[in-house]
Design a protein around this ligand. Structure first.
Ligand SMILES: NC(=O)c1ccc[n+]([C@@H]2O[C@H](COP(=O)([O-])OP(=O)(O)OC[C@H]3O[C@@H](n4cnc5c(N)ncnc54)[C@H](OP(=O)(O)O)[C@@H]3O)[C@@H](O)[C@H]2O)c1
Length: 308
């Protein structure tokens, strides 16, 4: 059992799911989020985080579930993306090393360029195509060199029944359109925030016991989908809950251009996390049905087209 799980981020998909999962399994949870701490402000990290880390009881773990996640906007805000995704994680890791608190950090499949034709391994080098991917890769590398006990959990296409994400956007579009056009030439493994949260808690418990398990680990759903296939799965699941059927028209990414380039293939091999922590790859279909059920029961959000 951890002494305390300190979570950076509050309203984000992974932050909220980790908070619920930690509380449900009896862990003491502490949030650090805006406005108390702005991760773009180095002064905030020293002022707010240092006293908390230095006073944290043995067995505490820091989870960085916060990031600059707007992949398209990052192309026009590279400095801010770099500050939050690269410089801040480096600072967090240095402080964790000093206080001997393990750090669990989230990374992304967008560090890869998508040229591989078989699932990526943790040993494959990153070649990001976007500002967001570069900023995240730089953060990962800083953590790896920091000397802190750390786990970098590299995941993909995060969805949940709450917050702003692709699943919720599709369901909202489906309330007013009987067909949607979605890109079919980018393939990834959708992963539910709830499954990521469960993995984070399992890792935190093992790190709190001082297991020396530092490293980078892939963690994603067990089924690879194009975004169009993912959308069709969402509508199929929703139809089973009584929603009207929606047709998905598969298009090329050249028909839906955006500022950021994304990998055409970012499927990740997840054997290493199973060997190190006994964490299996989560069941995509089960998670999707749960996410759709949750989303249909929740208020619908404003437009969100972000996929990261
Ligand atoms: N979403 C995806 O498809 C995806 C895919 C692969 C990897 N990932 C990675 O998974 C992690 C979690 O992603 P997510 O989907 O949960 O993200 P999200 O829903 O967009 O949430 C982002 C979180 O970051 C916090 N944040 C952003 N800027 C901040 C700042 N300046 N100061 C303090 N907090 C700030 C937000 O704070 P508030 O609580 O104040 O809103 C929020 O809690 C990230 O590291 C991301 O790179 C995500």
């Amino acid at each position: 059992m951890t002494a305390e799980i300190i979570i950076l981020g509050r309203l984000g998909q992974v932050a909220a799911a980790t908070s619920s999962a930690a509380a449900a399994s009896g862990h003491a949870v502490r949030h650090l989020a805006r406005p108390e701490i702005d991760l773009a402000e180095p002064g905030d990290i020293a002022r707010v985080l240092d006293p908390i880390l230095l006073a944290a009881p043995a067995g505490s773990v820091l989870v960085n579930a916060a990031a600059y996640t707007d992949v398209n906007r990052a192309e026009s805000e590279p400095e801010l993306a770099h500050r939050i995704n690269a410089r801040t994680p480096a600072m967090l890791a240095a402080r964790c090393a000093q206080a001997d608190i393990p750090l669990i950090h989230l990374s992304t499949d967008y560090v890869y360029d998508g040229k591989k034709e078989a699932p990526y391994l943790e040993t494959d080098p990153g070649h990001p195509l976007s500002v967001y991917g570069r900023s995240k890769l730089e953060g990962d590398e800083a953590i790896r060199l920091s000397g802190a006990r750390h786990v970098i959990l590299r995941t993909s296409a995060v969805f949940s029944g709450g917050g702003q994400n692709f699943l919720r956007t599709m369901l909202r579009l489906g309330t007013r359109q009987d067909r949607v056009r979605v890109v079919h030439d980018q393939r990834t493994c959708p992963t539910s925030a709830a499954d990521i949260a469960a993995a984070i808690i399992a890792i935190a418990e093992q790190m709190a016991d001082a297991r020396d398990v530092s490293g980078l680990f892939h963690f994603c759903g067990d089924t690879s989908r194009s975004w169009a296939e993912f959308a069709a799965d969402i509508f199929d699941a929703a139809t089973a809950f009584g929603e009207t059927a929606v047709k998905v028209e598969q298009i090329g990414s050249d028909e839906f251009p955006g500022p950021a380039r994304r990998p055409v293939y970012s499927v990740m091999n997840c054997d290493a996390i199973s060997r190190a922590f006994g964490i299996s790859q989560p069941d995509y279909r089960r998670a999707l049905n749960q996410g759709v059920a949750h989303a249909l029961a929740a208020p619908r959000p404003p437009d969100a087209t972000k996929t990261c």
